[in-house]
Unconditional design. Structure first.
Length: 350
């Protein structure tokens, strides 16, 4: 006969489950980015998979493999290719001893700086370059970790797509939410993911392309490189593109190229900035929108955790967190209302 009661055994089992769960989560911290990437890609690819399987009646496994290959070609390879291009360019600029001196000479035409300030600016520029290089995942320096993370991500994603009904049923069953709240969370999480990944990604791509084309037309050096940089920084709304085109335009003015400088400022503030608002308004009608404050705070949170991917994952995590709070508040209010209803008959009897 056991020395523990039924309730004590349940409590001990619960403590063991929580302890093992914490150990598992701690062990998975190194691949948390891959797991989050899997959930994001699953959300994006799920409609296409259901269309191929349920409407076109394709084989589920073939459909999953084709979608995974398409995501590699459309998302993964371009991202890592652009990342390596950015790293190579930043490394080239850092290794050029005359680059920072020429840059400081141009700055002096706009703002008079002394010897100490000059050395501080030069040191700051070098540190910014080194920090920016560390943000981007490089296939050259971290090939093993990147390949391992991608293999894990696609392994999980394949089985999540093929067994999507089992996966989604288990999520609803074991989620610490009522079924209606779990379904509501899933729907709003999908909209949030689309708004931040697809919506903001499209806006960033458009703004980066416009900066690249404008730089090319006005004769700026490396228009493709600065277009790529603008695409990444445009994930921070409003603040992103001006960080690139304003200094570039001012440097052109300092060089005596007034047309290129003022022309870029005009296009930047009239077209590139405002197209963000126009596209965001259109996208918000289709898939929802994320408030700029959430995006900026999410970027601050995400970049130290995920590097350049934190531009996407940071706002997503913060949005999911706020969404859970809203659902919890709704559940708490519903519980309070239910308790009040239960106490009314008892009060009437008294």
């Amino acid at each position: 006969m056991s020395i523990f009661s039924y309730k004590q055994r349940n409590n001990i089992t619960l403590v063991i489950i929580v302890a093992l769960g914490c150990l598992i989560v701690y062990s998975l911290q190194g691949i948390f980015g891959s797991i989050l990437s899997t959930l994001v890609l699953y959300t994006i690819l799920r409609p296409g998979y259901l269309y191929l399987v349920e409407v076109k009646k394709w084989n589920p496994r073939v459909s999953a493999v084709l979608l995974l290959l398409a995501s590699v070609v459309v998302i993964v390879l371009p991202f890592y290719g652009l990342s390596n291009m950015v790293i190579a360019k930043i490394t080239e600029l850092q290794s050029d001893p005359t680059y920072y001196k020429n840059l400081l000479l141009k700055i002096k035409h706009l703002i008079p700086v002394g010897g100490e300030i000059q050395s501080m600016v030069e040191e700051g520029l070098k540190k910014v370059g080194a920090w920016a290089t560390e943000l981007f995942p490089s296939l050259i320096s971290g090939a093993f970790n990147i390949v391992l993370g991608l293999l894990l991500m696609y392994f999980l994603l394949y089985f999540m797509l093929v067994d999507h009904e089992t996966f989604e049923t288990a999520l609803v069953k074991y989620a610490p939410l009522r079924e209606q709240n779990a379904l509501r969370f899933a729907e709003e999480m999908r909209n949030t993911t689309y708004a931040n990944v697809v919506g903001q990604g499209f806006i960033s791509l458009v703004q980066g392309s416009l900066v690249s084309i404008s730089f090319y037309l006005f004769g700026y050096t490396d228009p493709l490189f600065w277009g790529v940089i603008t695409t990444f920084v445009s994930f921070v709304p409003i603040l992103g593109p001006p960080i690139i085109f304003v200094p570039a335009a001012l440097l052109q003015i300092a060089n005596g190229n007034a047309v290129a400088g003022y022309g870029m400022l005009a296009i930047g503030f009239v077209v590139i900035i405002n197209i963000d608002n126009v596209l965001r308004f259109i996208i918000a009608k289709k898939v929802g929108n994320i408030h700029p404050i959430i995006t900026v705070i999410g970027v601050v949170i995400g970049i130290p955790l995920f590097g350049i991917l934190g531009l996407v994952f940071g706002p997503l995590l913060l949005s999911y967190f706020i969404l859970l709070i809203r659902i919890y508040e709704t559940s708490a209010l519903a519980s309070e209302r239910l308790e009040r209803i239960k106490t009314i008959p008892a009060e009437e009897e008294l």
